[in-house]
Structure formats: structure tokens, C-alpha cells
Design a protein around this ligand. Structure first.
Ligand code: FES
Length: 107
């Protein structure tokens, strides 16, 4: 059985918003509530030290609050300059009102 991480209750995140989630032993995650979908990525932007949970969310993309680089939340791909490196994304599962991801490998 695959180990999971329980990140946060779905009710904690308004539609169109995101939440930074810190769990011991892991880099911070960002959990996004985009329409009917929840996405999860690393919270740290690949371009600088910005928290992506503070960015602008729309249509499966997150725009970084610092320099407006943006990323696809399905693939992690960098979509707009100055972001050029992808971010790590994690398939999210919603169950019993909580958002889960598979426990990531270290790194
Ligand atoms: S820190 Fe995110 S685009 Fe620069």
C-alpha cells in the first residue's frame, strides 16, 4: 500500500485560492482549489524564493507573485518568462473532505 500525506481539509481553501502547507520532513507544499479541482505543487517558485500559494490562480495555472512567471499545475511546466524551470507537482486525491498526495520520495 502506498503511503499518503494528508495535506489539508478542502474547506480550508476557498475556490480560486491556495494554501501553503508545511509538514515535518517535507519542503512546503501549495494546495490550490481551482473550480472543482484541487492541485498540489511544491510551494517554492523555481525562479526565486516566492511562495506560489500567494500567487494568482486561474485555469490550471499559477502565476508567481514576484515576477509573474507562471506554471501549469497539471504538468509543472514553466509557461511564462522569467520562469524557465518546472516545479514539482503531485497528483491530488480528495477523500472524506481532505486533500491527499502520495508520499513523495525525498529530493
Ligand atoms: S520568483 Fe517566481 S517568477 Fe521570480
Amino acid at each position: 500500500m502506498t503511503a499518503e500525506l494528508r495535506l489539508c481539509e478542502t474547506d480550508f481553501i476557498e475556490e480560486g485560492e491556495a494554501l501553503r502547507v508545511e509538514l515535518e520532513g517535507h519542503a512546503p507544499f501549495a494546495v490550490y482549489h481551482d473550480g472543482e479541482t484541487f492541485y498540489v505543487s511544491d510551494d517554492l517558485c523555481s525562479h526565486g524564493a516566492a511562495s506560489l500559494a500567494d500567487g494568482m490562480l486561474s485555469d490550471g495555472r499559477i502565476e508567481c507573485p514576484w515576477h509573474s512567471g507562471s506554471f501549469c499545475l497539471k504538468t509543472g511546466a514553466a509557461l511564462t518568462f522569467p520562469a524557465t524551470e518546472p516545479i514539482r507537482v503531485y497528483p491530488a486525491t480528495v477523500r472524506d473532505g481532505w486533500v491527499f498526495i502520495e508520499k513523495p520520495e525525498a529530493g
